[in-house]
Design a protein around this ligand. Sequence first.
Ligand code: URA
Length: 241
Amino acid sequence: MRLAKYLARAGVASRRRAEIIISEGRVAVNGITADKPQVLVGDNDTITVDGRLISGEEEKVYLLLNKPQGYISTTTDTHDRPTVTELVGDSDARLYPVGRLDADTSGVLLLTNDGELAHRLMHPRYGVSKVYRAWVKGLPQKETLDLMRGGLVIEGEKTAPAKVKLIRSEPENDSSLLEIVLTEGKKRQVKNMCAEAGHPVKSLRRDNFAGLRAGKLEKGAYRHLKQREIDALYRLVGLQT
Ligand code: URA
């Protein structure tokens, strides 16, 4: 198996992140630094990350967090800001968020040490849907919503077609509530799309990720996924349980 995949399976990081860790020269196979993610490894190899021994498979943990605003979606922050992993601090596993929500975005965020599942859930090839509710400035016209639906060019790249629904308009506050369903996850995509369409986002919440909703979870609270929910995620991205 490729080294990056092995590290992802062992819960070290998502496959993409594992590739970075390898290229940084932090991984050794049988005592020799490996700097290519495609190096092949097996169960008989001794693999270390930063000198720490990595053993095959870790028990998998899947948490659904109702992320509040004010937390960043990385495991560590150089500016000492609060991170989402601090909210799920009682888990021994090395969990990392599946995708990213901006610090000022709230809502559904999955955290897991299942690197292969995380990799697929984030990869645009699998078209996993993410439903956002965005309060935006102004009262978007039908033509503007159609433009957003068809895809907009942002930083030279066209966004994939999206579902965009006007839920409510409040002319007295010069605000509207949009529901936006994306199947890709470019950085700050909702905010960039809305700004490009002339309706900057005032607040943003993710209501649904891959079919999972926060339901009764209070902001900042989390729960373990049920086995049937994990099975459904596996099916969604073509993995066997
Ligand atoms: N799009 C954004 O602009 N921000 C998020 O946090 C998520 C999607």
